[in-house]
Ligand binder design. Structure first.
Ligand code: PMP
Length: 354
Protein backbone atom coordinates (compact mmCIF):
# COMPACT_ATOMS: atom_id res chain seq x y z
CA UNK A 1 0.00 0.00 0.00
CA UNK A 2 1.40 3.42 -0.86
CA UNK A 3 1.25 6.36 1.50
CA UNK A 4 -1.06 8.03 -1.01
CA UNK A 5 -4.00 5.67 -0.70
CA UNK A 6 -6.95 7.52 0.77
CA UNK A 7 -8.06 6.51 4.21
CA UNK A 8 -11.41 5.20 3.02
CA UNK A 9 -9.68 2.45 1.00
CA UNK A 10 -6.96 1.56 3.44
CA UNK A 11 -9.13 -0.89 5.36
CA UNK A 12 -10.81 -2.36 2.29
CA UNK A 13 -10.58 -6.17 2.13
CA UNK A 14 -10.86 -6.95 -1.59
CA UNK A 15 -12.73 -9.96 -2.91
CA UNK A 16 -10.56 -13.04 -3.36
CA UNK A 17 -11.29 -14.60 -6.75
CA UNK A 18 -10.86 -18.35 -7.16
CA UNK A 19 -7.35 -19.45 -8.13
CA UNK A 20 -6.46 -19.32 -11.84
CA UNK A 21 -3.14 -21.20 -11.71
CA UNK A 22 -0.88 -21.35 -14.73
CA UNK A 23 1.96 -23.51 -13.40
CA UNK A 24 0.15 -26.77 -13.94
CA UNK A 25 -2.84 -28.05 -15.91
CA UNK A 26 -5.50 -28.58 -13.26
CA UNK A 27 -8.99 -29.91 -13.64
CA UNK A 28 -10.61 -26.62 -12.69
CA UNK A 29 -13.68 -27.09 -10.56
CA UNK A 30 -13.18 -24.00 -8.41
CA UNK A 31 -14.79 -20.99 -10.12
CA UNK A 32 -18.08 -22.30 -11.50
CA UNK A 33 -17.05 -21.81 -15.08
CA UNK A 34 -18.65 -23.87 -17.81
CA UNK A 35 -16.72 -26.86 -19.18
CA UNK A 36 -18.16 -26.10 -22.63
CA UNK A 37 -16.90 -23.43 -25.03
CA UNK A 38 -19.21 -20.56 -25.92
CA UNK A 39 -21.77 -21.21 -28.68
CA UNK A 40 -20.13 -21.36 -32.14
CA UNK A 41 -22.39 -18.43 -33.07
CA UNK A 42 -20.96 -16.38 -30.19
CA UNK A 43 -17.40 -17.17 -31.26
CA UNK A 44 -18.07 -16.36 -34.90
CA UNK A 45 -19.74 -13.04 -34.15
CA UNK A 46 -17.05 -11.96 -31.69
CA UNK A 47 -14.34 -12.78 -34.27
CA UNK A 48 -16.09 -10.73 -36.92
CA UNK A 49 -16.12 -7.77 -34.55
CA UNK A 50 -12.34 -7.81 -34.03
CA UNK A 51 -11.83 -5.79 -37.25
CA UNK A 52 -13.86 -2.93 -35.79
CA UNK A 53 -12.07 -2.50 -32.50
CA UNK A 54 -10.83 0.97 -33.44
CA UNK A 55 -14.38 2.15 -32.81
CA UNK A 56 -16.12 2.56 -29.45
CA UNK A 57 -18.95 0.14 -28.73
CA UNK A 58 -22.57 1.30 -28.72
CA UNK A 59 -23.01 2.70 -25.18
CA UNK A 60 -26.71 1.87 -25.33
CA UNK A 61 -26.10 -1.77 -26.32
CA UNK A 62 -29.26 -1.33 -28.38
CA UNK A 63 -29.28 -4.52 -30.42
CA UNK A 64 -28.29 -6.78 -27.55
CA UNK A 65 -30.65 -5.07 -25.10
CA UNK A 66 -33.47 -5.53 -27.61
CA UNK A 67 -32.88 -9.24 -28.07
CA UNK A 68 -32.39 -9.80 -24.36
CA UNK A 69 -35.59 -7.91 -23.53
CA UNK A 70 -37.47 -10.05 -26.05
CA UNK A 71 -36.08 -13.27 -24.49
CA UNK A 72 -36.99 -12.04 -21.01
CA UNK A 73 -40.49 -10.96 -22.07
CA UNK A 74 -39.96 -7.35 -20.97
CA UNK A 75 -39.66 -4.05 -22.84
CA UNK A 76 -36.29 -2.64 -23.96
CA UNK A 77 -36.17 -0.02 -21.22
CA UNK A 78 -36.31 -2.75 -18.55
CA UNK A 79 -32.79 -4.11 -19.12
CA UNK A 80 -29.26 -2.87 -18.50
CA UNK A 81 -26.12 -4.61 -19.74
CA UNK A 82 -22.91 -4.60 -17.73
CA UNK A 83 -19.34 -5.81 -17.56
CA UNK A 84 -20.21 -9.08 -15.80
CA UNK A 85 -23.02 -9.18 -13.28
CA UNK A 86 -20.56 -7.97 -10.63
CA UNK A 87 -20.80 -4.56 -12.24
CA UNK A 88 -24.59 -4.29 -12.09
CA UNK A 89 -24.43 -5.49 -8.46
CA UNK A 90 -21.95 -2.72 -7.68
CA UNK A 91 -24.20 -0.21 -9.46
CA UNK A 92 -27.08 -1.38 -7.24
CA UNK A 93 -24.98 -0.82 -4.10
CA UNK A 94 -24.08 2.65 -5.41
CA UNK A 95 -27.65 3.52 -6.35
CA UNK A 96 -29.66 2.01 -3.50
CA UNK A 97 -27.51 1.96 -0.37
CA UNK A 98 -26.15 4.76 1.77
CA UNK A 99 -25.82 5.76 5.42
CA UNK A 100 -29.62 5.74 5.79
CA UNK A 101 -30.24 2.65 3.72
CA UNK A 102 -27.92 -0.20 4.67
CA UNK A 103 -27.40 -3.32 2.61
CA UNK A 104 -28.93 -6.48 4.04
CA UNK A 105 -27.83 -9.98 3.03
CA UNK A 106 -27.24 -13.47 4.38
CA UNK A 107 -24.19 -14.35 6.49
CA UNK A 108 -23.30 -17.10 4.04
CA UNK A 109 -23.67 -15.84 0.49
CA UNK A 110 -21.71 -14.35 -2.39
CA UNK A 111 -18.63 -12.78 -0.77
CA UNK A 112 -18.65 -9.77 -3.06
CA UNK A 113 -21.72 -8.21 -1.38
CA UNK A 114 -19.67 -7.36 1.68
CA UNK A 115 -16.85 -5.96 -0.48
CA UNK A 116 -19.25 -3.77 -2.48
CA UNK A 117 -20.75 -2.45 0.75
CA UNK A 118 -17.31 -1.63 2.12
CA UNK A 119 -16.10 -0.16 -1.18
CA UNK A 120 -19.07 2.19 -1.26
CA UNK A 121 -18.82 2.98 2.44
CA UNK A 122 -22.32 1.75 3.22
CA UNK A 123 -23.31 -0.08 6.40
CA UNK A 124 -24.50 -3.66 6.05
CA UNK A 125 -26.29 -6.23 8.13
CA UNK A 126 -25.79 -9.95 7.73
CA UNK A 127 -28.73 -12.21 8.59
CA UNK A 128 -27.66 -15.74 9.56
CA UNK A 129 -28.98 -18.56 7.41
CA UNK A 130 -30.66 -21.34 9.37
CA UNK A 131 -28.67 -24.35 10.58
CA UNK A 132 -29.44 -26.23 7.33
CA UNK A 133 -28.36 -23.13 5.29
CA UNK A 134 -31.91 -22.33 4.27
CA UNK A 135 -32.97 -18.67 4.11
CA UNK A 136 -36.01 -17.55 6.06
CA UNK A 137 -37.73 -14.78 4.09
CA UNK A 138 -39.61 -13.59 7.21
CA UNK A 139 -36.35 -12.31 8.65
CA UNK A 140 -35.98 -9.94 5.68
CA UNK A 141 -39.50 -8.61 5.76
CA UNK A 142 -38.78 -5.87 8.28
CA UNK A 143 -35.25 -5.41 6.94
CA UNK A 144 -34.65 -1.71 7.04
CA UNK A 145 -32.45 -1.58 3.97
CA UNK A 146 -31.79 -2.80 0.46
CA UNK A 147 -31.95 -6.59 0.35
CA UNK A 148 -29.52 -8.68 -1.72
CA UNK A 149 -30.45 -12.33 -2.15
CA UNK A 150 -28.51 -14.75 -4.32
CA UNK A 151 -31.10 -17.20 -5.60
CA UNK A 152 -29.92 -19.93 -5.91
CA UNK A 153 -27.45 -19.02 -3.20
CA UNK A 154 -23.69 -19.45 -3.40
CA UNK A 155 -21.88 -21.36 -2.07
CA UNK A 156 -24.77 -23.37 -0.58
CA UNK A 157 -26.56 -24.03 -3.90
CA UNK A 158 -29.99 -23.76 -2.27
CA UNK A 159 -32.87 -22.03 -4.04
CA UNK A 160 -35.99 -20.25 -2.84
CA UNK A 161 -39.23 -20.60 -4.80
CA UNK A 162 -40.44 -17.49 -6.62
CA UNK A 163 -43.47 -17.34 -4.31
CA UNK A 164 -41.16 -16.71 -1.35
CA UNK A 165 -39.43 -13.80 -3.10
CA UNK A 166 -42.84 -12.44 -4.04
CA UNK A 167 -43.88 -12.51 -0.38
CA UNK A 168 -40.84 -10.40 0.41
CA UNK A 169 -41.52 -7.95 -2.44
CA UNK A 170 -45.10 -7.45 -1.32
CA UNK A 171 -44.11 -6.85 2.28
CA UNK A 172 -41.24 -4.44 1.45
CA UNK A 173 -42.73 -2.13 -1.19
CA UNK A 174 -40.52 0.77 -0.13
CA UNK A 175 -37.24 -1.09 -0.28
CA UNK A 176 -35.33 -2.36 -3.29
CA UNK A 177 -34.85 -6.12 -3.38
CA UNK A 178 -32.01 -7.35 -5.59
CA UNK A 179 -32.25 -11.00 -6.62
CA UNK A 180 -28.95 -12.29 -7.97
CA UNK A 181 -29.76 -15.16 -10.33
CA UNK A 182 -26.24 -16.02 -11.50
CA UNK A 183 -27.07 -19.76 -11.26
CA UNK A 184 -30.78 -19.76 -12.05
CA UNK A 185 -30.50 -21.65 -15.35
CA UNK A 186 -29.44 -24.85 -13.59
CA UNK A 187 -32.75 -25.50 -11.87
CA UNK A 188 -33.89 -22.32 -10.11
CA UNK A 189 -37.03 -20.27 -10.71
CA UNK A 190 -36.40 -16.83 -12.17
CA UNK A 191 -38.11 -13.76 -10.73
CA UNK A 192 -37.94 -11.86 -14.04
CA UNK A 193 -41.72 -12.36 -14.57
CA UNK A 194 -42.30 -10.42 -11.32
CA UNK A 195 -40.41 -7.32 -12.45
CA UNK A 196 -43.43 -5.88 -14.24
CA UNK A 197 -45.58 -6.09 -11.13
CA UNK A 198 -43.02 -5.01 -8.51
CA UNK A 199 -41.22 -1.74 -9.09
CA UNK A 200 -38.85 -2.52 -6.19
CA UNK A 201 -37.40 -5.70 -7.79
CA UNK A 202 -34.10 -5.83 -9.62
CA UNK A 203 -33.12 -9.22 -11.06
CA UNK A 204 -29.47 -9.75 -11.95
CA UNK A 205 -28.18 -12.45 -14.28
CA UNK A 206 -24.96 -13.35 -16.06
CA UNK A 207 -23.64 -14.92 -19.26
CA UNK A 208 -20.67 -16.29 -17.27
CA UNK A 209 -22.07 -19.67 -16.24
CA UNK A 210 -24.87 -21.16 -18.31
CA UNK A 211 -23.76 -19.35 -21.49
CA UNK A 212 -20.05 -20.20 -21.10
CA UNK A 213 -18.87 -16.61 -21.35
CA UNK A 214 -17.08 -15.91 -18.04
CA UNK A 215 -14.07 -14.57 -19.96
CA UNK A 216 -16.15 -12.11 -21.98
CA UNK A 217 -17.66 -10.37 -18.91
CA UNK A 218 -21.32 -9.91 -19.68
CA UNK A 219 -24.07 -9.51 -17.12
CA UNK A 220 -27.40 -7.74 -16.97
CA UNK A 221 -30.14 -6.41 -14.77
CA UNK A 222 -33.90 -6.53 -15.34
CA UNK A 223 -36.26 -4.22 -13.50
CA UNK A 224 -38.78 -1.42 -13.88
CA UNK A 225 -37.85 1.38 -16.33
CA UNK A 226 -37.30 3.68 -13.31
CA UNK A 227 -34.78 1.31 -11.69
CA UNK A 228 -32.99 0.82 -15.00
CA UNK A 229 -32.84 4.57 -15.44
CA UNK A 230 -31.17 4.89 -11.99
CA UNK A 231 -28.59 2.26 -12.82
CA UNK A 232 -27.96 3.78 -16.23
CA UNK A 233 -27.30 7.11 -14.55
CA UNK A 234 -24.62 5.40 -12.42
CA UNK A 235 -23.27 3.59 -15.47
CA UNK A 236 -22.91 6.80 -17.49
CA UNK A 237 -21.15 8.33 -14.49
CA UNK A 238 -18.56 5.56 -14.27
CA UNK A 239 -18.02 3.88 -17.65
CA UNK A 240 -20.54 4.33 -20.49
CA UNK A 241 -18.58 1.89 -22.67
CA UNK A 242 -18.74 -0.85 -20.08
CA UNK A 243 -19.57 -3.64 -22.55
CA UNK A 244 -16.97 -3.99 -25.29
CA UNK A 245 -17.74 -4.69 -28.95
CA UNK A 246 -16.58 -8.31 -29.02
CA UNK A 247 -18.51 -9.17 -25.89
CA UNK A 248 -21.65 -7.51 -27.23
CA UNK A 249 -21.37 -9.51 -30.44
CA UNK A 250 -20.71 -12.73 -28.53
CA UNK A 251 -23.75 -12.02 -26.40
CA UNK A 252 -25.93 -11.69 -29.49
CA UNK A 253 -24.57 -14.97 -30.84
CA UNK A 254 -25.12 -16.76 -27.53
CA UNK A 255 -28.70 -15.52 -27.22
CA UNK A 256 -29.46 -16.61 -30.78
CA UNK A 257 -28.37 -20.17 -30.01
CA UNK A 258 -31.06 -21.28 -27.59
CA UNK A 259 -30.61 -24.98 -28.43
CA UNK A 260 -26.92 -25.01 -27.49
CA UNK A 261 -27.67 -23.21 -24.23
CA UNK A 262 -30.51 -25.58 -23.28
CA UNK A 263 -28.46 -28.67 -24.08
CA UNK A 264 -25.50 -27.51 -22.00
CA UNK A 265 -27.70 -26.70 -19.01
CA UNK A 266 -29.31 -30.14 -19.29
CA UNK A 267 -25.90 -31.85 -19.41
CA UNK A 268 -24.69 -29.96 -16.33
CA UNK A 269 -27.83 -30.93 -14.43
CA UNK A 270 -27.33 -34.59 -15.41
CA UNK A 271 -23.64 -34.49 -14.46
CA UNK A 272 -24.56 -32.88 -11.15
CA UNK A 273 -27.03 -35.67 -10.36
CA UNK A 274 -24.48 -38.35 -11.27
CA UNK A 275 -21.73 -36.75 -9.16
CA UNK A 276 -24.08 -36.26 -6.20
CA UNK A 277 -24.98 -39.94 -6.23
CA UNK A 278 -21.32 -40.96 -6.41
CA UNK A 279 -20.32 -38.58 -3.59
CA UNK A 280 -23.10 -39.82 -1.35
CA UNK A 281 -21.94 -43.41 -1.86
CA UNK A 282 -18.53 -42.50 -0.43
CA UNK A 283 -19.60 -40.63 2.68
CA UNK A 284 -20.42 -37.08 1.62
CA UNK A 285 -23.33 -34.97 2.81
CA UNK A 286 -24.62 -32.51 0.22
CA UNK A 287 -27.01 -29.61 0.02
CA UNK A 288 -29.79 -29.83 -2.62
CA UNK A 289 -28.00 -27.77 -5.23
CA UNK A 290 -29.88 -26.03 -8.03
CA UNK A 291 -26.65 -24.64 -9.49
CA UNK A 292 -23.63 -25.73 -11.51
CA UNK A 293 -21.76 -26.60 -8.31
CA UNK A 294 -22.07 -29.05 -5.44
CA UNK A 295 -21.54 -28.06 -1.81
CA UNK A 296 -20.27 -31.12 0.01
CA UNK A 297 -18.74 -32.26 3.26
CA UNK A 298 -17.20 -35.60 4.08
CA UNK A 299 -17.96 -37.65 7.21
CA UNK A 300 -14.25 -38.16 7.99
CA UNK A 301 -12.02 -35.87 5.90
CA UNK A 302 -11.92 -32.16 6.84
CA UNK A 303 -12.83 -29.54 4.23
CA UNK A 304 -9.39 -28.00 3.97
CA UNK A 305 -7.63 -31.37 3.99
CA UNK A 306 -9.72 -32.59 1.07
CA UNK A 307 -9.16 -29.36 -0.84
CA UNK A 308 -5.36 -29.59 -0.40
CA UNK A 309 -5.17 -33.28 -1.24
CA UNK A 310 -7.27 -32.82 -4.36
CA UNK A 311 -5.02 -29.94 -5.39
CA UNK A 312 -1.96 -32.20 -5.03
CA UNK A 313 -3.73 -34.61 -7.36
CA UNK A 314 -4.42 -31.93 -9.96
CA UNK A 315 -8.06 -31.13 -9.15
CA UNK A 316 -8.96 -27.65 -7.94
CA UNK A 317 -12.11 -27.10 -5.91
CA UNK A 318 -13.06 -24.08 -3.80
CA UNK A 319 -12.68 -24.12 -0.03
CA UNK A 320 -13.89 -21.29 2.22
CA UNK A 321 -12.51 -21.08 5.72
CA UNK A 322 -15.50 -19.21 7.23
CA UNK A 323 -16.61 -20.96 10.45
CA UNK A 324 -19.93 -22.56 9.49
CA UNK A 325 -18.76 -23.82 6.13
CA UNK A 326 -15.11 -24.74 6.74
CA UNK A 327 -15.84 -28.47 6.49
CA UNK A 328 -17.38 -28.07 3.04
CA UNK A 329 -15.98 -27.71 -0.44
CA UNK A 330 -17.70 -26.11 -3.39
CA UNK A 331 -17.17 -28.26 -6.44
CA UNK A 332 -18.05 -26.95 -9.89
CA UNK A 333 -19.92 -29.41 -12.07
CA UNK A 334 -17.79 -29.99 -15.14
CA UNK A 335 -17.90 -32.47 -18.01
CA UNK A 336 -18.73 -36.13 -17.29
CA UNK A 337 -15.08 -37.03 -17.79
CA UNK A 338 -13.97 -34.39 -15.26
CA UNK A 339 -16.52 -35.65 -12.77
CA UNK A 340 -15.32 -39.23 -13.22
CA UNK A 341 -11.74 -38.12 -12.56
CA UNK A 342 -12.88 -36.15 -9.49
CA UNK A 343 -14.59 -39.21 -7.99
CA UNK A 344 -11.68 -41.47 -8.81
CA UNK A 345 -9.18 -39.04 -7.14
CA UNK A 346 -11.39 -38.64 -4.06
CA UNK A 347 -11.62 -42.42 -3.77
CA UNK A 348 -7.84 -42.72 -3.85
CA UNK A 349 -7.51 -39.98 -1.19
CA UNK A 350 -9.97 -41.86 1.01
CA UNK A 351 -7.92 -45.04 0.52
CA UNK A 352 -4.62 -43.27 1.35
CA UNK A 353 -5.97 -41.63 4.51
CA UNK A 354 -7.74 -44.70 5.92
N1 PMP B 1 -23.34 -13.57 -8.30
C1 PMP B 1 -22.93 -14.73 -7.80
C2 PMP B 1 -23.77 -15.39 -6.77
C3 PMP B 1 -21.74 -15.31 -8.24
O1 PMP B 1 -21.31 -16.47 -7.72
C4 PMP B 1 -20.99 -14.67 -9.24
C5 PMP B 1 -19.72 -15.30 -9.79
N2 PMP B 1 -18.62 -15.22 -9.04
C6 PMP B 1 -21.43 -13.44 -9.71
C7 PMP B 1 -22.63 -12.92 -9.25
C8 PMP B 1 -20.65 -12.61 -10.70
O2 PMP B 1 -20.50 -13.20 -11.91
P1 PMP B 1 -20.04 -12.39 -13.19
O3 PMP B 1 -19.47 -11.07 -12.75
O4 PMP B 1 -19.04 -13.27 -13.86
O5 PMP B 1 -21.28 -12.19 -14.01
Amino acid sequence: MSKFLTEKYQKLKPYTPGEQPKERAYIKLNTNESPFPPSPQAIERARAEADKLMLYPDPECKELAGLLAEKCGVSNDCVILTNGSDEVLNFAFMAYCDGNTPAVFADITYGFYKVFAELNGVPYREIPLKEDFSLCVDEYIQADGTVFIANPNAPTGLALPRTEIERLLKANPNRVVVVDEAYVDFGGESCIPLTEKYGNLLVVQTFSKSRSMAGARLGFGVGSPALIEDLTRVRYSTNPYNVNKMTMAAGLGALSDEKYFQENCKTIIENRAWTERELEKIGFTLTRSKTNFIFAKHERLGGEELYLKLKEKGVLVRHFSAPRIAEYNRITVGSKKEMEILIERIKSILEETK
